[in-house]
Ligand binder design. Structure first.
Ligand code: 13P
Ligand code: SF4
Length: 369
């Protein structure tokens, strides 16, 4: 099997119409049969999502990747998700991301050099005292080397759907948590555990000692990495206030990557899978305001419209996950037609030692959640 990172022949696909791509994707999938499975995140654009074998949030997709039997796992999502698929799948399986530029801007807000420095500085301030030890917890939206960092230090991975359980696991072991890279998920999770906001401090990775005094570090229970999602930061409490003023009977649901004020003002907070399930199972005729990515919200609005449910997007401006959007019908057709010819393009392959340590942290998460 030939593996290539960049196939210049992609240029040919750039000029194909979406309709041509759709036809070619279907034909390639028919030829590949059970050799390839298409996993799709809920934010994937409709013209790609329609081809999914299996869909889900990050937790569900990591389990599905671990259970997959096909030779190829074609991941329509972002880079860290395809890395998890590679780590969790069997050694003979191949994980593929149709466009390598599909990253996650939040995941990029933490890197190994900065996290290693934070860990060292925390160690300097907190010393060996057992009453001051820290568990590193990384959100699944992070590079594989950060998952490995956690695996090696008794830490763990969490997703938006299990963060509370994972935080309980961490606090049962050590009294403090370093949570990266999403400060908002970390803060909301601490709040769910009943922790006052004052016990959580923001660690700015671009400043020495996170910009904190030794006292602040010693007093904190959760050190929140200064990272966020560029999509979810667009949602504001004023959007919820305006909706409630107009539709007092309306229900508000938000993803925990939204800021604290938005989560606190919402009726429900949960992962993308939770949002989809909650609205699909809601009584007919209900009205919803949803704080998460636009592709998911628009698809859900279409799907529940026959039940007279109204689903509204929380922000007044368009905010999509522009990186996930890069997985388009052209890249999918290119990827699949290459597989039909026996060529693997855009393989995601985590180095063996890193994968082994990252898997430790992921397995801990799956065992607890
Ligand atoms: P979910 O795990 O809830 O699907 O979230 C992933 C994500 O990146 C949300 O922005
Ligand atoms: Fe990353 Fe935000 Fe896109 Fe989710 S929506 S994949 S956190 S950039």
């Amino acid at each position: 099997m030939q593996t290539i990172a960049f196939n210049p022949s992609f240029d040919r696909y750039n000029t194909l119409s979406d309709a041509e791509c759709e036809e070619r994707i279907r034909a390639a999938r028919a030829k590949l049969g059970k050799k390839a499975v298409l996993l799709c995140h809920h934010y994937q654009r409709a013209d790609v999502y329609q081809h999914a074998d299996l869909t889900g949030d990050s937790l569900k997709l990591s389990r599905l990747a671990a259970q997959a039997e096909s030779d190829y796992i074609v991941f329509c999502g972002v880079h860290f998700m395809a890395e998890v698929a590679d780590i969790m799948s069997k050694p003979n399986q191949i994980a593929i991301l149709p466009d390598l530029a599909a990253g996650c801007s939040m995941a990029d807000m933490a890197n190994l050099a900065k996290v290693t420095r934070a860990w060292r500085e925390l160690g300097e301030v907190l010393g060996e005292d057992p009453a001051n030890q820290v568990t590193p917890v990384t959100y699944i939206n992070s590079a594989a080397d950060l998952k490995a960092f956690c695996g090696e230090r008794g830490g763990i991975v969490c997703t938006s759907s299990n963060a509370r359980t994972i935080a309980e696991w961490a606090f049962a072991r050590r009294p403090k948590v370093l949570f990266f890279p999403d400060q908002h998920l970390g803060r909301w999770t601490g709040h769910q555990l009943g922790m006052p906001l004052i016990d959580m401090v923001v660690w700015d990775p671009d400043l020495e000692y996170g910009g904190l005094t030794p006292e602040q570090i010693k007093n904190a229970k959760i050190l929140l990495w200064k990272g966020h999602c560029s999509v979810h930061q667009m949602f504001q409490k004023s959007h919820i206030d305006a909706f409630r003023a107009k539709h007092p009977e309306g229900i508000v649901i938000a993803h925990p990557e939204c800021n604290f004020e938005v989560c606190a003002a919402s009726d429900h907070v949960g992962s993308t899978e939770h949002i989809v399930k909650t609205i699909k199972e809601a009584p007919k005729g209900t009205r919803w305001l949803v704080g998460t990515e636009l592709n998911l919200v628009e698809r859900l609005a279409r799907e529940v419209a026959p039940d007279d449910k109204i689903v509204q997007f929380m922000a007044t401006t368009i905010c999509m996950c522009s990186t996930m959007q890069r997985i388009d019908p052209q890249h999918l057709a290119w990827t699949l037609e290459n597989l039909v010819e026996g060529k693997v393009v855009n393989r995601i392959s985590v180095p063996a030692h890193e994968a082994e340590l990252a898997r430790l942290a992921l397995d801990r998460m799956l065992a607890v959640s």
